[in-house]
Write a protein that binds this ligand. Structure first.
Ligand SMILES: [Mg+2]
Length: 364
């Protein structure tokens, strides 16, 4: 079997927004989500789907795949997943193996695992060790609204939808307090500040937030590579910490050695796909750190996360960014019911993107 074609696809999915509550992640208004997907075709008619993290580097990532990384894969055996990953890494060794190149590798790796599952006739999670779980708890990962009343409203909406865990992306005490008040004392509440603070402020804020009983504070410190700083926030702030959505396997090793993390958050569409995700799982186990995947995705990346999470030793919660779409190519597979995701049971990822929807939403 040989890879014959790799096609990147960008879809733009308009968000359904209630009233005027436009979220401002990173301080900018957000009204649509762009997803960078790819399809790997083979000479035997089996195709696989992947997704790369689609942040502000989406155009660069697409170009890297189209012009450099996809051509390196054409003609290769898609079932030699480790070999392909190693070849890409060695070739890009002098150009940087993180960020754009790693997002690109992630998408290809996920697609190759999809193909492997389809060839085996098994859902991916069964190739990854199997599971008795047929569904997984999602958690509502709210966008940043800043306004306490809006935070409260969306927290309540998350609970009404059946989520039993809620994560805020707020960075001020009043907004976080509003989330806790709306959730009540029994609901585990997490706060993701996306590296908003320096180490001293992170320690101060962690202490101030202590009465709100947060399950974790995520990415408390800028810069994210300050592993010792995250460890200080954890130990001196007296709070559980989570991080890793931007980390490579080697970064996780550094964070575990520094004692930075209570929870590790490998991200399947950034870390290098399912292959690297599983390496981080093993490493985390050796260091005794719990893994809770980052999955701010709405395409094959989210579906791949479900398979990886299902095959984990212990049950984990799966991040679902709290955004509604009128239409999306994965249909209901990305939408939890009563706060729980179904684990797909068809071969491979078990969910084929709807080409009719893709053609409607496609922008590149
Ligand atoms: Mg995060």
């Amino acid at each position: 079997m040989k890879i014959t074609k790799i096609e990147t696809i960008v879809v733009k999915m308009p968000m359904l927004i209630e009233g005027n509550a436009v979220p401002h992640p990173g301080g900018r208004p957000m009204t649509a989500v762009e997803v960078l997907m790819l399809r790997v075709d083979t000479d035997e008619g089996v195709s696989g789907w992947g997704e790369a993290s689609a942040n502000r580097l989406l155009p660069a990532t697409k170009t890297a795949i189209d012009t450099l990384i996809a051509p390196m894969c054409i003609g290769r055996d898609p079932t030699a997943i480790t070999d392909i990953a190693h070849h890409i890494e060695r070739t890009l060794g002098g150009s940087g193996r993180s960020s754009v190149s790693r997002y690109a590798m992630s998408a290809i790796d996920i697609a190759l695992w999809d193909i492997a599952g389809k060839i085996a006739g098994l859902p991916l999670y069964r190739l990854l060790g199997g599971s008795l779980r047929r569904d997984l708890p999602g958690y509502a990962s709210l966008l940043r609204y800043s306004d306490p009343a809006t935070v409260a409203r969306y927290t309540e909406r998350g609970l009404k939808r059946g989520y039993r865990h809620v994560k805020l992306h707020e960075i001020t005490y009043p907004a976080i307090k509003a989330g806790r008040d709306a959730a009540g004392a029994e609901i585990p509440l997490m706060v993701d500040v996306n590296c908003a603070w320096n180490v001293d402020d992170a320690i101060k804020m962690a202490r101030k937030l202590e009465p709100l009983d947060l399950k974790w504070i995520e990415e408390p410190v800028w810069p994210p590579e300050n592993f010792a700083g995250i460890a200080r926030a954890r130990h001196e702030g007296g709070v559980a910490t989570a991080a890793g959505e931007n980390a490579t396997f080697s970064d996780f090793y550094g964070m575990f050695q520094a004692g930075s993390l209570s929870y590790a958050q490998p991200s399947v569409a950034r870390v290098g796909g399912i292959t690297q995700f599983r390496k981080v799982l093993a490493l985390a186990e050796a260091f005794g750190v719990e893994v809770v995947p980052h999955s701010a995705y709405f395409g094959p990346g989210l579906i791949a996360t479900l398979h990886c999470a299902a095959a984990m030793q212990t049950e984990t919660i799966v991040e679902r960014y709290d955004i509604d779409f009128a239409v999306n190519p994965m249909h209901e597979a990305i939408n939890p019911v009563n706060g729980r995701f179904s684990v797909p049971q068809a071969p491979g990822l078990g969910v084929e993107p709807d080409m009719a929807v893709i053609e409607k939403l496609r922008i590149a």
